[in-house]
Design a protein around this ligand. Structure first.
Ligand code: ZN
Length: 1158
């Protein structure tokens, strides 16, 4: 075998050598290409390159020397036995050039910073959701009147010692967009609900009401007069009206990212503070399709004391009800103590409507929804209508209702019961207020008048209910010691009946899930650079910076992003035209955020800021991406180059330095790139493909590696190098086309295109860390080898389609995933064209399948981007019927039926694939990453957008990319999903080898729900979610050749990079009380991530500091004053700090500080 390999290797060498010699000859015919052939430089230390280039140029006529070098390269390439068989017979082997290994960079980790993760055994809980899922049979027996539950028993004497306290909490669930747009709902219903609320609550001070969605409330507030505003404030003050949660919307909790969750809560809470002067105390999330502990954490750290959740799997509800665990202290899986404990009340029954909230029997409860009185538009499907309460029937009616209250209370530990009274868009007509409040008051009066019933029934707000509970326990609300069970884990995936799992919406309308994250990244980057520019404009007293205008755009973006976190928006479960309304808002705000970034970057980069002229900013920079419509793919403008240099500025919004590959579109294929000091740096040009084999002759892709400081800006200079011969730093990529029919080679401008004689051989792309092997037949990834240890891990990519059930009813729709069985491999009739692009900065494999354009890229970068493979897809299933397309990675990892997916980009959650559950139940939400692991290896799929993921068999990880469904799935939307677009999605695949073996990475011993990404993995996620933005300098009318405004070479706003485990979440300028204008105050949000030290922190030049951030290390050239710790939405201020203080952050925690920067 060895002999054969050696022989094969030698033959390969000869063939390759001969091919290269031929090519070299050919290249020499084209003068402009001289020098390129020896471009073996991966990017590297410039000195090395320079030396090498000088040598090459001196000896350029001595082909022998070059050939020697190539021979060495090829020897290296085919040196390994494993490799030799994958080298295709083709003529462009010089593209597989040697790479000078980058000096290995690893983060410096302070002793002790690994211990947090190692202490995870200290976590304590009474109910671990993973165990609950393990133990439950999921058998769904008929429970009688409470179909999904059981018979509830009590005796009349149960309340003799302590009366039953009943709080009936009237509410109206208002979706800011679903069947109608947010504006239409406001006009048709919401404004009337709120107007009636003022009138009808005033009638009787015993009447109560709660409201959640500040988006709607603020719209209404802007339309009412001062007198009504005063009336509202009075109702709030005297406790009749309570604002619950107080977010901009009631967010989805599965696929939202914590940045946006926090941002919309700040927006809501700040609005409430400015206009009502109060602080929400209780959370209310009755409609999101499953619940995340991240929400509990955020509410806790914002200072809320209690929360309510509703949509939880019916079997889980039943189990918790049996054990009287429907009220619990929700503790984070990663919490070693009890500081994250949040009191949570879970509603027990099927829905939040009246039939499912008064007690276990919907047939009875429906009779106490007085909007359903005969003659109205709604009735009771259980065929027994409500009757108005009068003196004759009140005794019988009150007894019937009390029976339900008593049964419900038996599911909880206190003798206090919460009875929500409302539904979607309720109380829009005055008569409904009279019907509900009038009839219920009669019932309460009667009940309370029966001393032997031992009941105190009343209207209440949500906090009235919780306060009564804390009060009976003799405790301050929000304190510890209530004695309720501690629960850890999450409530996904949700099923409301049978096997109807709501796991489809994790992916529905993926185009907009992607667009949401694009806005999120833009908004965050704009908030930060705006706050910095504004502070610097104050510092040097330049009033011309257009702060007010930019700030109004920021407010708009906060609202658009906040609105889209609504549980029918980001979820993809609204009507088509409502989706268009959301999309238009998202795009508008993306464009506004570009504007804010351009203004701020222009200001910060101007050498003479006193001369800053805001009038010129509209044309000063262009950003490197445009979208012509909300549903269009982004387009890159072409940088028109000539002999004069063009300035391009790059902005890095994260607080660690970035050293990574960027891409621009340019008008020339031979380009020179200089850094700000004028030093020429290596670059690569690629063809821009217009069809499978056709490329543009006016547009090229330019790639090079930039260095951008933490939160900073860096300038680069680009010009057309024309046919200059002494431009050895720029090299075109080499292209190989497979499955195109004609096995010949051609030259296209400076690009050499080869077509292999044999199509079927596997091929590789590689850098000094990774070697990725691809099938020569399909072009799809087969394995990844980590170069350092030579270990190869099978990772094969497949694309598959799911169908939906054949039955008439119960097919997949916007919410539900109801597949007709296993996925089927994508129909590959006709071989996909494969393009392999090899270059010194990056290499790519393009596979053009019928429904997916699939690209895998490997950067030859010294930064973090060189440690993982980028996967980009453009998915198009518009010609399909009832199909869902997924990408599956099949590995040889022994993951023991477990995988990990993130919750809201905030924490990892262990997932077990359970064979007792249907396929759709084993799908989970992924916001930023999911991984499989065994003793040696972890494979993480990082995502730039939220989608559904599953690991259906050992070693598999799959992600759903798009869904096209022809029908409604009976959850109220009344339409299918047929507005699919060409949809982009982006991932990074990271393969990590454990350098410390942990005894059992997958469970073993007592289960904990948590796990942690490595520092490298956290950085890869940042790379995907916080891209480096490019600003292209325009020449202004009348400007001289080099422009009148001189730009700095770089801007470094931070004295030092933040420690590598600390993420700069936001620097958000606080809004003034009286006007939509910025104040001098900002909130600084920092998140210290938990990380797993058993993987090397590759590619990072940062260090960790035990969570310490000296304030002196933060902002350069600015005065930092008025520093105060505060809660996450700025409701409660804490410790006062000074500019010499050091912040101390605990692992996993997000901290907020008010600061003033001048
Ligand atoms: Zn809703």
């Amino acid at each position: 075998m060895k002999k054969y390999v050696a022989l094969f290797g030698s033959c390969m060498f000869l063939v390759a050598f001969f091919s290269m010699y031929l090519m070299l000859d050919q290249l020499n015919l084209h003068g402009s290409l001289r020098g390129r052939v020896a471009m073996e430089m991966g990017q590297t230390e410039l000195d090395f390159i320079k030396d090498k280039m000088e040598n090459l140029e001196n000896d350029i006529h001595h082909n022998q020397q070059i050939i020697d070098e190539i021979r060495n390269s090829v020897k290296q390439i085919i040196g390994g036995e494993n490799m030799s068989k994958y080298i295709p017979v083709q003529r462009n082997i010089p593209a597989l050039v040697e790479e000078v290994p980058e000096s290995p960079v690893q983060a410096k980790i302070e002793a002790g910073d690994c211990s947090f993760v190692e202490r995870q055994g200290e976590h304590r809980d009474d109910v671990q959701m993973l165990d609950v899922l393990d133990l439950l049979p999921f058998d769904n027996p008929d429970g009688g009147v409470w179909k999904q539950g059981f018979d509830i028993h009590y005796t009349d004497r149960d309340w003799d010692e302590q009366p039953l306290k009943v709080f009936v909490v009237p509410h109206s669930h208002n979706d800011p967009g679903w069947i109608k747009t947010v504006d239409r709902y406001y006009l048709d219903q919401t404004q009337h609900i709120l107007n009636n609320m003022v009138d009808k609550l005033k009638v009787d001070s015993r009447r109560k009401f709660i409201w959640a969605e500040i988006s709607f409330f603020s719209m209404w507030w802007d339309n009412i007069d001062a007198e009504k505003k005063e009336a509202v404030k009075k109702l709030v003050e005297n406790g009749q009206l309570e604002i619950v949660t107080g977010g901009w919307v009631m967010t989805d909790e599965a696929i939202t990212h914590y940045y946006a969750m926090i941002d919309q809560l700040i927006e809501g809470h700040e609005w409430i503070k400015r206009n009502l002067g109060i602080k929400p105390r209780s959370g209310w999330a009755i409609d999101p399709f499953g619940h995340s502990p991240t929400m509990a954490y955020l509410l806790k750290r914002m200072g809320l004391q209690n929360m309510v959740v509703q949509r939880v799997h019916y079997s889980v509800k039943k189990q918790l009800a049996k054990e009287k665990q429907l009220e619990f202290m929700w503790r984070q899986n990663w919490d070693h103590g009890a500081s994250s404990d949040m009191l949570c009340h879970m509603m027990p029954f099927y829905s939040y409507d009246v039939p499912h909230t008064c007690g276990p029997d919907p047939k009875v409860c429906c009779q106490f929804d007085f909007k359903r009185l005969p003659g109205g538009r709604v009735n009771c499907p259980w065929k027994v209508p409500p009757v108005p309460i009068n003196d004759n029937n009140v005794a019988e009616r009150a007894k019937l209702l009390l029976d339900q209250y008593r049964k419900k209370s038996k599911l909880y530990r206190s003798n206090i019961v919460l009875i929500p009274l409302g539904d979607d868009f309720r109380y829009d007509k005055a008569i409904e207020w009279d019907q509900q409040y009038g009839n219920y008051q009669k019932l309460f009066d009667y009940m309370n008048g029966q001393p032997n019933w031992h009941v105190e029934a009343q209207f209440g707000t949500l906090s009235d209910y919780f306060d009564a509970m804390w009060d009976r326990a003799g405790l301050q609300p929000g304190s510890s010691g209530l004695g309720y069970p501690v629960l850890s884990g999450d409530f996904f995936s949700y099923a409301d009946r049978e096997d109807h799992y709501w796991s489809g919406y994790y992916t529905s309308r993926p185009f907009y899930k992607n667009l949401d994250r694009v806005l999120e990244a833009h908004a965050r980057a704009a908030e930060i650079i705006f706050s910095l520019a504004l502070a610097h404009s104050r510092h040097i007293d330049v009033p011309s910076f257009p702060a007010k205008n930019a700030y109004q755009m920021l407010i708009g973006a906060r609202k658009s992003l906040g609105l889209f976190q609504h549980h029918d928006a980001i979820t993809g479960t609204a009507k088509d035209f409502v989706v268009v309304d959301y999309g238009t808002r998202l795009l508008r705000s993306i464009m506004d955020m570009k504007r804010v970034m351009i203004d701020s970057a222009h200001f910060l980069m101007s050498e003479d800021k006193q001369q800053y002229d805001p009038e010129t900013t509209t044309t000063f920079f262009d950003m490197d991406e445009k979208r012509i419509n909300h549903d269009a793919l982004p387009e890159k403008p072409i940088l028109q180059l000539n002999q004069q240099t063009k300035e391009v500025v790059f902005y890095n919004s994260v607080a660690q330095a970035r050293h990574e590959v960027v891409r621009l579109r340019v008008s020339s294929s031979t380009v020179e790139v200089q850094d700000a000091s004028g030093k020429v740096i290596p670059s690569q040009t690629n063809l821009v493909w217009t069809a499978a084999q056709d490329s543009s002759t006016t547009e090229y892709e330019l790639v090079f590696i930039v260095n951008v400081p933490p939160l900073g800006l860096s300038k680069y200079l680009i010009r057309d190098a024309g046919s200059e011969v002494n431009n050895p730093y720029n090299a075109p990529s080499q292209i190989t086309l497979y499955n195109t029919g004609s096995p010949d080679s051609s030259v296209r401008g400076v690009f050499h295109i080869s077509r292999p004689i044999s199509d079927n051989r596997d091929f590789t792309i590689e850098n000094s860390r990774l070697r990725a092997k691809f099938s020569g037949t399909t072009g799809l990834l087969q394995s990844v080898t980590t170069v350092k240890d030579g270990k190869e891990t099978a990772v094969s990519v497949e694309f598959l389609m799911y169908g939906t059930r054949e039955t008439k009813k119960d097919k997949s729709g916007a919410y539900l995933f109801l597949p007709d069985g296993e996925a089927r491999t994508l129909d590959s009739s006709g071989k996909a064209v494969i393009r392999v692009i090899r270059g010194k900065i990056l290499s790519e494999v393009h596979v053009l399948m019928k429904h997916v354009e699939h690209v895998i890229t490997l950067h030859r970068s010294p930064g973090i981007d060189g440690w993982s493979l980028e996967i980009s897809n453009i998915v198009d299933i518009r010609d399909q019927r009832n199909r869902e397309l997924c990408m599956r990675l099949k590995t040889d990892l022994k993951n023991n039926n477990e995988f990990f997916s993130d919750l809201n980009g905030f924490q990892m959650q262990r997932r077990k694939t359970l064979s007792k559950l249907p396929l759709q139940a084993n799908y989970y939400p992924m916001s930023t990453m999911a991984y499989l692991q065994d003793q040696d290896t972890r494979m993480t799929l990082h995502s730039a957008q939220s989608l559904g993921v599953g690991s259906l068999q050992e070693g598999w990880l799959e992600v759903m990319l798009d869904r096209r469904l022809n029908q409604d799935d009976n959850r109220g939307l009344q339409q299918g999903l047929l507005d699919n677009k060409r949809t982009p999605n982006q991932f990074r695949l990271l393969l990590e080898r454990r350098h410390q073996r942990t005894s059992s990475p997958n469970g073993g011993g007592r289960q904990t729900g948590v796990d942690y990404p490595s520092l490298t993995s956290h950085s890869v996620s940042q790379l995907l979610n916080h891209p480096v933005y490019a600003f292209i300098r325009n020449k202004l009318p009348g400007e001289g050749p080099s422009g009148d405004v001189k730009l700095s070479s770089s801007v470094q706003p931070l004295v030092k990079a933040l420690p590598c485990d600390i993420h700069f979440v936001n620097l958000r300028t606080v809004q003034a009380m009286e006007a939509p204008a910025p104040t001098q105050e900002s909130v600084l949000l920092l998140h210290r991530k938990g990380f797993d030290c058993s993987f090397p922190a590759n590619g990072l030049s940062c260090s960790t500091t035990g969570g310490k951030v000296p304030l002196e290390d933060l902002f350069r050239d600015l005065d930092l004053t008025d520093i105060k710790a505060t809660t996450l939405s700025l409701m409660y201020d804490g410790q006062v700090l000074n500019s010499k203080s050091t912040l101390q952050l605990d692992p996993m925690e997000i901290n907020a500080y008010r600061i003033r920067l001048d």
